[in-house]
Design a protein around this ligand. Structure first.
Ligand code: ZN
Length: 460
């Protein structure tokens, strides 16, 4: 039997892959888009839902989250990057380590994302199986990259146990993956993963055809660690009798090139501290970038080199990073800040337009995650992942360029409706599918209190 169809009409449809359509419509059949175009040209036989003064666009793609850390929102304010990571690691171990709590934390993060039109989540997680279950609970699309750590290059004490554990975690996650939620891996960062572990993981990931994501070229501290074996990360490992000089290279990106990881075209998260040789390296391998402008600013990592990325035609997508680093999950807001920082940094209003900023939040996100044939655009045959934005508020009037309104007028606000694979998950201020909502509310507040208590007594 054919799936029931519905025609969604709105003042604007922004397919992103093609030009905006005034008085447009989208026909959804089951989980798929059947038609996009002018309302006048649409088949007349399909029941119409008139969304009125609104803009329909593809669901937003968030290419970098840490959903398990949602309970840590506002818990780590005022710390610099090194202290932030150490405090986070410590209090997470003490408070946020049960699979039930991590799964609930992920659900709460997704609940927030749905209010802001986010339909796809690319998450890096230390407890990947629990986060994956959280994505499944909320019926959203995504990929969960299971993290791996191991700064000690010793094959017997660190590398072997780390890869063994990663294999087990991935096997467990694979048993739970679906058409909508996939499994990937993430060797964490150059200051927490040795070169031998990068190589071992890279070889295995290639054999297994696993998607890879890496935190890379994020901070000055990471750069100093890789280039000169000095700075807070180097001091920390030296105190624990590890030799940081073992991972020396001209830059973090060069280090991962030498470690063969870049051949796997990983999603490169941050990519702030880099030069033209690094940009060429990423372009040569075809690595997409997860751009997290708010997190980069929050930690004082700097402003990403947008012009360099553009000169090398790198695929740049938007990530929010964790709410422990950003305080909110707002891809539209992130696109706005990306545009403003690019123009401010390059000292020209022509550095980035709002159309580019929105493409980073949609088309490029889907391309970066390898789902460009399914999501990130409104096209026939694509999955029906949609975000509907109100144009009847004061900040949207008068309606001129809908891209400008979305990026500068509506960032930070709520979507009117969010649909994933044809299912309406958020509409007019209500989650239509949120199992355990009341339980999660109590649980996230309890975790928040315990994390603040743990931070108060955490002396590192
Ligand atoms: Zn991150």
């Amino acid at each position: 039997m054919a799936e029931p169809s519905v025609l969604l009409r709105a003042a604007w449809v922004l397919p992103m892959a093609t030009r905006p359509i005034e008085n447009g419509c989208v026909i959804v059949s089951g989980d798929t888009i059947d038609f996009v175009g002018s309302f006048h040209d649409a088949p007349k036989s399909v029941p119409v839902v008139d969304l009125g003064d609104a803009a329909i666009m593809p669901g937003l793609v968030n290419v970098h989250t840490h959903l398990e850390l949602t309970a840590m929102r506002h818990a780590l304010e005022g710390l610099d990057f090194f202290e932030w990571i150490r405090t986070l690691t410590r209090i997470r171990k003490d408070v946020l380590s049960s699979s039930g709590d991590v799964r609930a934390s992920a659900r709460v993060g997704i609940a927030e994302g749905l209010t802001r039109g986010i339909t796809t989540y690319a998450d890096t997680a230390s407890m990947g199986a629990s986060v994956l279950e959280g994505l499944r609970d909320m019926q959203v699309r995504g990929i969960v990259y299971q993290e791996s750590f191991g700064p000690d290059p010793d094959p017997f004490t660190t590398v072997e146990p780390a890869i063994r554990r990663l294999r087990q975690q991935v096997a467990e996650m694979r048993g739970r993956q679906t058409d909508m939620v996939r499994v990937g891996i993430s060797p964490h960062a150059p200051y927490s993963v040795s070169v031998p572990l990068y190589k071992t993981i890279g070889t295995w990931a290639a054999q297994q055809n696993l998607p890879v994501a890496v935190h890379l070229a994020e901070s000055e501290a990471e750069h100093r660690f890789v280039k000169r074996g000095e700075g807070p990360f180097a001091d920390y490992w030296r105190e624990r009798h590890l030799d940081p000089a073992a991972s020396k290279a001209r830059s973090p990106i060069a280090l991962l090139d030498q470690s063969y990881i870049l051949r796997l075209k990983p999603l490169v998260i941050h990519a702030v501290h880099m030069d033209s040789e690094d940009a060429y390296t990423l372009a040569r391998h075809g690595c997409p970038i997860a751009h997290c402008p708010v997190s980069n600013a929050r930690f004082g990592h700097g402003i990403a080199p947008w012009l360099l990325w553009r000169e090398h035609s790198l695929t740049v997508a938007i990530g929010t990073d964790s709410v422990a680093a950003n305080n909110r999950m707002d891809v539209l807001g992130e696109a706005r800040i990306a545009q403003l920082l690019a123009c401010g940094y390059e000292r020209t209003a022509a550095a980035m337009g709002t159309a580019t900023a929105l493409k980073m939040a949609t088309l490029n996100g889907a391309a970066a995650l390898g789902i460009r044939e399914q999501a990130g655009a409104i096209l026939p045959g694509y999955q029906a992942d949609l975000a509907v934005w109100p144009l009847d508020g004061w900040s949207a009037r008068p309606v001129r360029d809908p891209y400008d309104i979305l990026v500068h007028g509506l960032a930070g606000g709520e979507a009117r409706m969010t649909m994933v694979a044809g299912q309406v998950l958020w509409q007019e201020g209500r989650h239509l599918h949120y199992p355990r909502r009341d339980e999660d509310r109590g649980r996230i507040d309890r975790l928040g209190r315990q994390l603040m208590e743990a931070r108060a007594t955490c002396h590192i």
